[in-house]
Design a binder for this molecule. Sequence first.
Ligand SMILES: Cc1cc2nc3c(=O)[nH]c(=O)nc-3n(C[C@H](O)[C@H](O)[C@H](O)COP(=O)(O)OP(=O)(O)OC[C@H]3O[C@@H](n4cnc5c(N)ncnc54)[C@H](O)[C@@H]3O)c2cc1C
Ligand code: SF4
Length: 333
Amino acid sequence: MRPFEYVAADDIASATRAASADHATRFVAGGTTLIDLMKLEVETPSRLVDINRLARRDPSLAAITELPNGGLRIGALVRNSDLAWNDLVRTRYPVLSQAVLAGASGQIRNMATTGGNLLQRTRCYYFRDTAMPCNKREPGSGCSALHGHHRIHAVLGTSDHCIATSPGDMPVAMNALDAVVRLRGPAGERAVPVTAFHVTPGAHPEVETVLRHGEMITAVDLPPLPFAARSHYRKVRDRASFAFALASAAVALDIGNGRIRDARVALGGVATKPWRAHEAERVLKGHAPGTALFRSAAEAELRHAVPHPENAFKIELAKRTMVRALSTVAAMG
Ligand SMILES: Cc1cc2nc3c(=O)[nH]c(=O)nc-3n(C[C@H](O)[C@H](O)[C@H](O)COP(=O)(O)OP(=O)(O)OC[C@H]3O[C@@H](n4cnc5c(N)ncnc54)[C@H](O)[C@@H]3O)c2cc1C
Ligand code: SF4
């Protein structure tokens, strides 16, 4: 047991001040990622700043509210279950509701928060085993997965330093929807498109997002996107529930006069960050929907995929998952 200090913050300013004090301080929300990693000694914070009480002072942190532009603001402390079952989310952005419900279990979703979900860590076996070298956990120590087991690892956005998969479902749907992450820290507030929030590992796998030390996620904004009412999340995994994605696709299509006017596609389970499929979107736009077109879009997106011996199957799996998700949305009429 490693001792650590526990602080329950009452307002955002004191929370971010407390979190900025030293680099070994962590916010804790639902605790479903962080406490797990502390038990494994992968995370060894000197201090936990509990942010659950913040909603007493600022209820918007735990609320889903309509924005004047027709979008939605999701407070960082909104539990995954409340997000998934919210009527506005289910009708306007079904892809997001489906992605959240495809993740974890009912009990975990009741605890897990929107902010924490965006910051969940990879399930790479070696990252979670402190006896093994891992560049993400211990920069410069090496990557055990590259020449070890890597069936669940990424084929897109990888580097010679890390091939760990970004594990989340919710962030994939948020990427397809062009959501915006709202942050508050000691230096003030800023907003970052979710597509730029997570970063690929490059030479620094320990850096996973653009979040600065002491900064807190306060909300995620969903822009208005009427055609997202025709959207879908498909997840392929080893078990039908309570398992991370081997491949997943979040898709929304705007179809009119027999053509795809606009398309949103993002992939999960196959990349080092939630993967916006811009190449696929380019192929889809302006053309009549159909299986051949969907296959071409998938081929274009996976053209640069880098397989390793155990995870090469993911390339074809990702293509088929994308094609199925696109076909489902196209059939919605
Ligand atoms: C057995 C199991 C199965 C799972 N299966 C899936 C799955 O299939 N799909 C899936 O997507 N997820 C899955 N998860 C992950 C789950 O979704 C995450 O653990 C959860 O969303 C994290 O949210 P939390 O509030 O509990 O985060 P916490 O554990 O409280 O925090 C996680 C990280 O985020 C930071 N943090 C939290 N809130 C904020 C904030 N507002 N601002 C800044 N930093 C913050 C913390 O410091 C910590 O580093 C699974 C988890 C478990 C344990
Ligand atoms: S893939 Fe990344 S997380 Fe896994 S062992 Fe290699 S460096 Fe660590």
